[in-house]
Design a protein around this ligand. Sequence first.
Ligand code: 13P
Length: 254
Amino acid sequence: MSKPMPLVAGNWKMHGLRSSVGELARLAEGLAGISLQGRCEVMICPPATLLAQFADQSAGTLVRIGAQNCHAEISGAHTGELAAEMLADAGASAIIVGHSERRREQGETSGDVAAKAAAAHRAGLSAIVCVGETQGEREAGRTLAVVTEQLSRSLPDGARPANSIIAYEPVWAIGSGLTPGPGDIAEVHRAIRTLLTGRMGEEEGGSVRILYGGSVKPANASQLMAIANVDGALVGGASLKASDMLGIVAAYAR
Ligand code: 13P
């Protein structure tokens, strides 16, 4: 079973203007200086307004560009929506789907998320499929049940290591400065791995990257990234600053 190449992906959420491209340049410059080749991939997912600019700007650097959402259909009368093919055309190589903020604010169901992930695949892109329990679900002892049910319903049939990345993001850890203990993260990531190998077989299921997300910072990155079955991070707030992002990536640059 080949160990997956780690990925540190930054989700900028609804932050960033065209002038933020300087932060991207600083990140690319910093990465060039720490010889990461073959150790870790790095991605920034800016708002859709910045995708094309960021993709052009990052060409030839170690930073890949991703999107934060897509519509499930290829085209049509859907005012304000973006098809996965449009995001690919703008230069995205991946799309985050099913982030808890969208599940909560837009009422996205796991069925919707599976359709969006399938749309990403149709467009030749990777889907970063997000799952995670709320504080109440954790307190009720339902974490593993919630996460595995979300994931099994959110992963489309064509999911493979080359086109799918899982992000475990406990809702209560997002933007709160809190993280689960290493044992708790290991338990959830192991359950996700078991689900993946059950669906795809040992070899493929073992090669899908499982990211941890929720209050990842330079100060906790090394500890979080060392946990079994944690193959990288999905970073929110700290990804907005190149220096913080570089501090997190440094967990993989030995
Ligand atoms: P924070 O890193 O700000 O907690 O956000 C995590 C997240 O939601 C990334 O998708």
